[in-house]
Design a protein around this ligand. Structure first.
Ligand SMILES: NC(=O)c1ccc[n+]([C@@H]2O[C@H](COP(=O)([O-])OP(=O)(O)OC[C@H]3O[C@@H](n4cnc5c(N)ncnc54)[C@H](OP(=O)(O)O)[C@@H]3O)[C@@H](O)[C@H]2O)c1
Length: 172
């Protein structure tokens, strides 16, 4: 199972503003995310990301990915999700659900706390970042601060449009 972490960041490594807003991310970025979801046919998000994106309205909705298996991770085993979402109580459980369904790859896509949980457990094989040509002064970081390191090998860099850079690394 190849596990890819995909995230969109400001140039200074924030994934959202302090209040959770992602207004600095572009439509090109959303299109790029959509392509990755369509090729993986699955993704995993943290409970707080699930709640944040639900508030965005119809233009940017996870509900539109009807062909993708969508897992939300929460420690609360009674957490109620909308139809079309699957609950997992840990990163390992999320990966096992996909494995049992026969998936060969999985897409992890935030937020900060979930990224750190996967990183600390050594579950990430690849990282793809879309770097927006923006710096925001305050925000939520790509990884929540904790004790871990990842060794990375750069595999690809491309410009997706209007200064949006995509970098891809393998995790050693
Ligand atoms: N720029 C981007 O690409 C991008 C992508 C995704 C999200 N975001 C932004 O990131 C922000 C949310 O990030 P966040 O760090 O606050 O929250 P998060 O990672 O989305 O969710 C955190 C929650 O996930 C669950 N969780 C995390 N690790 C777990 C573990 N090891 N076992 C079981 N459950 C676990 C817990 O839910 P319970 O509390 O229910 O137990 C935890 O409170 C939002 O503003 C969102 O918009 C940005």
């Amino acid at each position: 199972m190849k596990v890819t972490l995909f995230m969109a960041v400001s140039l200074n490594g924030f994934i959202a503003r302090k209040d959770g807003e992602e207004d600095f991310l572009s439509h090109d970025n959303w299109n790029s995310f959509s392509e990755l979801v369509n090729s993986h046919k699955n993704f995993v998000i943290g409970r707080k990301t699930y709640e944040a994106v639900k508030k965005w309205g119809e233009e940017y909705s996870f509900d539109d990915f009807t062909n993708a298996k969508k897992i939300v991770v929460s420690k609360n085993k009674d957490y109620k999700l909308d139809k079309g979402y699957i609950l997992a109580s840990s990163p390992e459980e999320a990966i096992n659900i996909f494995k049992e369904q026969g998936a060969e790859k999985a897409l992890i896509t935030g937020g900060s706390n979930l990224n750190t949980a996967f990183a600390k457990k050594g579950l990430i094989n690849e990282i793809i970042l879309n770097i927006e040509p923006k710096i925001i002064g305050e925000g939520i970081p790509l990884f929540f601060t904790d004790k871990f390191d990842l060794e990375l090998e750069l595999k690809d860099i491309k410009e997706l449009g209007k200064g949006l850079l995509q970098v891809r690394y393998e995790v050693g």
